[in-house]
Design a protein around this ligand. Structure first.
Ligand code: ATP
Ligand code: MG
Length: 180
């Protein structure tokens, strides 16, 4: 039987998690692909305030991608969370609600939001509620280690990056263009 109408694009919920390196860079690769196809892309970064290479590249070369950062210039310490870390994560969550609801984007990436939940900056329930408000046609990517189990259940795609080896363990750390 022939379909009677063309089905509207079904947006996806995609989760990229795991301990290996390649989650954020994978999401940015997806942003690159999407913007090349004319998508309007918004990336919200949690717990990050540094001018990473990907942020600089977007600012210089990719006007179709909008990035908002909600984090300090330094690492968030799990056992020493500062009130500003919580405040910035809350602001990021509010911005995420806004960009999911304002109709201005086709792809939204919430970078490190899984980690923000793991660090108790955002409640798991708040994250799940947010995902449930996603407009049907919008694509949504959530990155970060330790994605909550219920998020993985409701997602359309879950990829786990497994660490087999990392150069960090051989003392190679903080390389510009590789790490940041
Ligand atoms: P990337 O941003 O390179 O894609 P990621 O998003 O998968 O990495 P995060 O957990 O967000 O990984 O950590 C970001 C930073 O930590 C990067 O500088 C990355 O190289 C480094 N990193 C990622 N995985 C590991 C690991 N298994 N051991 C040590 N450092 C890591
Ligand atoms: Mg990352």
């Amino acid at each position: 039987m022939k379909p009677t109408a063309v089905k509207a694009k079904q947006g996806l919920v995609m989760v990229i998690t795991g301990n290996g390196k390649g989650k954020t860079t994978s999401a940015f690769g997806q942003a690159l692909r999407a913007v090349g196809q004319g998508y309007r892309v918004c990336i919200i970064q949690f717990m990050k305030g540094r001018k990473y290479g990907e942020v600089l590249a977007v600012e210089r070369h990719l006007p179709g991608i909008t990035i908002h950062q909600f984090g300090r210039d330094s690492f968030v310490m799990r056992d020493d969370i500062a009130s500003v870390d919580v405040e910035l994560a809350r602001q990021g969550l509010e911005k995420a609600k806004e960009v999911l609801g304002n109709g201005e984007y086709d792809l939204v990436i919430l970078d490190e939001i899984n980690a923000a939940v793991d660090f108790n900056l955002i409640l798991e329930e708040e994250l799940l509620d947010l995902v449930k408000t996603k407009p049907a046609e919008l694509d949504l990517i959530l990155t970060g280690r330790s994605a909550p189990g219920q998020l993985k259940e409701i997602a359309d795609l879950v990829s786990e990056v497994i660490e087999i080896k990392h150069h960090y363990n051989a003392g190679v750390t903080e390389r510009a263009g590789i790490e940041y």
